[in-house]
Design a protein around this ligand. Sequence first.
Ligand code: SF4
Length: 355
Amino acid sequence: MHLPFANVFVSLVRHIAHNVRQGRELTYSENAIGITSLLTCPIKSQLSKQYGNIDPDFTSVEIEDGYLWEQQVKTALKEIFGDKVIDEYVLKYEFDGIKIEGHLDVVIQTNDYIIGLELKAPKYLSLKEIPKPDDIVNYTLLTNGNKYVYMPPTYVLQSRIQNYLLRQMHPDKPVYTFIFAKSLLIRYGYARKFYVVYDTNRPSMDDQEFSQVVEQWRKSNKPTFALECFMCQFFDYGICEGATYEPNNITENELDNETKQLINQYLQTKAELKRLETQLKKHLKGSVTLADGTRIGWHKYKRRTYDINKLIEKLKNDKTLINKYLTVRPSMVSRVTKQFPDIVIDEEESVSWQG
Ligand code: SF4
């Protein structure tokens, strides 16, 4: 590393990560299933029991910013509402012999009502439309998140389950739940950071929907989304070799309005992008690297043919390694090529468009 004082910055970042992560370990009763586990690959829960909670082999600014955001909100709420505020509020419920447990980031409990907040700080959220000034308070707070923001469905489901469990635990009081997020909101050229309130009270989860969520989790032994193995610490550590994600066949009638809206927006943007790309391919005679590092245009590259059998042999038939390099992360092939240059059988110059 050539930067002067580089070690100082490395220590600084390690220190920040350490401080922010301190005291984050959440505990669960024996044999209890966490709410987040209900939303992720069920194999992870089995492996956690066997191996304990393995920390992912990486730190992430996004995760650390999320923790900081939680600290900010909890501190501010305690200053405003005092002992009415409980952080990491433990939700407990027993369903059909399964103990379900969760930690709601923060709860405000009064004699008249209970409010539960799930705090999120994703790096960005996509907008359905540009927010109108009437829905923005003090230039920073977007109050009508449901109207403007595509909130990730797992966040919404998590908060709705929390709402269901809170209602089971406090049948005597009105319960309200919200996602309170801080994020960059993006649509086309528009990008602004906002605090966002997203209401998760309607439609409220009933017994039938809750039992479906638990049953689905109980019966499944597969990842819940396509790239889950790629992000899984058990995969990274070679403990689990991964499983194939099985997408459902969905008819158009089964789509909810928000997904339909998102598909429309996606198709319109894709068509516009295609038109622009066709124009640009005619205008740009070579390739250019822009100030932000983006490379765009026509570029030469070497088209390579690999001896995959030889590579498998070199990876010593280790199924986990083969999966890691060839199945889930095809881009890793170029890294392997550097390590084993003799797996390249043929190489020819070619030109392609990089957009
Ligand atoms: S690697 Fe994939 S299948 Fe294995 S536990 Fe992780 S997400 Fe589940």
